[in-house]
Structure formats: structure tokens, C-alpha cells
Design a protein around this ligand. Structure first.
Ligand SMILES: [Zn+2]
Length: 112
């Protein structure tokens, strides 16, 4: 199993999922998107700068466990982060981007 859209839908409130989907699909407000492997846990760590509609930047980070299909941790500099039920819309946005990229990589293997 791997992280899917369903994992993200379950992790966020409906409103935050919709906002995150807009950020990713419609407005494309994700910058500096990077994926690293956490050297301690050997699990993927996604980082990005996510912009609000007014241009406010948020540093966003999500750690995931692909085998367990779980979101291990999330961190965001937005004011909603500590109040949101589940993960905030910025974390949703970078997770959706991660999932879509992984799908592209899987369907189009690199030419040698
Ligand atoms: Zn946030």
C-alpha cells in the first residue's frame, strides 16, 4: 500500500481538503517542492513553500510512511496549523502534488 488521495481525505477536514486541492490543481501555489528521505526513519519527507491567495508564504513539511500508508507528521507555519482538525490545507496541497508526481514517475519509466 502507499499513500493515496484517500489517505489525504481521511487526514484533513472537508474544508481543508478542498482548499488544498484548489492550491494544488487550480492556483498552482506550491514553490520549492522537494522530497527527501529522513535519515533516521528512512521514510519520505516532503517540503515546500506554499502561498496563500494573498501571497503569504508558509513553510510546509509532511513526513509519510509509504508502506503503512500513513502520514507520520506534519508541520506548517500557517496560523491554522494548530487549530485545524487534522492536517491543514497547505499540507494537503503538497501531499496531492507528491501523489501526482509519483504517479507520473511510475507510468513513464525513464529511458536509458
Ligand atoms: Zn498550513
Amino acid at each position: 500500500m502507499a499513500i493515496t488521495r484517500m489517505t489525504v481525505i481521511k487526514a484533513a477536514s472537508d474544508a481543508d481538503y478542498r482548499k488544498g486541492q484548489d492550491i494544488f490543481l487550480i492556483d498552482k501555489r506550491i514553490r520549492n517542492f522537494e522530497t527527501d528521505i529522513n535519515t533516521l526513519t528512512h521514510t519520505p519527507m516532503i517540503t515546500a513553500t506554499v502561498l496563500d491567495a494573498d501571497g503569504t508564504e508558509h513553510e510546509t513539511q509532511v513526513s509519510i510512511d509509504e508502506e503503512e500508508s500513513q502520514i507520520i507528521g506534519s508541520l506548517c507555519s500557517c496560523p491554522d496549523f494548530y487549530q485545524a482538525q487534522g492536517i491543514c490545507c497547505h499540507c494537503v496541497a503538497i501531499l496531492l502534488k507528491y501523489i501526482s508526481r509519483r504517479h507520473i514517475q511510475a507510468s513513464f519509466p525513464a529511458k536509458i
